[in-house]
Design a protein. Structure first.
Length: 139
């Protein structure tokens, strides 16, 4: 199993950096940036990191990103951790208003992953995770 992790500032810039580094790591693992797997991971990391910044931000605290490639299972597990224990994602993605400017992120995550959810993080916060299917044939 291969893994990658890092801490990022809980800002829009930090979320963009997390997404870029995830794409770079995917390429190192044999999934080019234009591949379905890399695009799906980029979307999931982007959405979960944006949610961590928007809804899970605690002043003075970063958010964490972890990717784990399991070639046997054919999945990449994406984990985004933040420090906000009280703000939890819904069990089912809310339906988005067609005219709304936001509210589609978890719908996209749900559509692009095998499954997703969240767990409490000790000592504080939560981790939102998602499993993205990948071809087992890459490196």
């Amino acid at each position: 199993m291969r893994s990658f992790g890092g801490q990022f500032a809980a800002t829009a810039r930090g979320a963009r950096l997390a997404r870029r580094l995830a794409v770079r790591r995917m390429e190192e693992w044999g999934y080019p940036p234009a591949s379905d797997a890399s695009c799906a991971v980029a979307l999931v990391v982007g959405e979960l990191a944006a949610n961590a910044v928007r809804h899970g931000r605690v002043p003075g605290r970063d958010f964490g990103l972890r990717l784990a490639l399991d070639t046997t299972a054919g999945v990449i597990r994406v984990e985004v951790s933040d420090a906000a224990s009280a703000k939890r994602p819904p069990a089912v993605p809310p339906s988005a208003c067609p005219e709304g400017e936001s509210g589609r992120g978890l719908l996209l995550v749900d559509a692009m992953t095998l499954r997703w959810g969240w767990t409490p993080r000790v000592p504080v916060g939560k981790t939102v995770w998602a499993e993205v299917p990948v071809e087992a044939s890459a490196r």
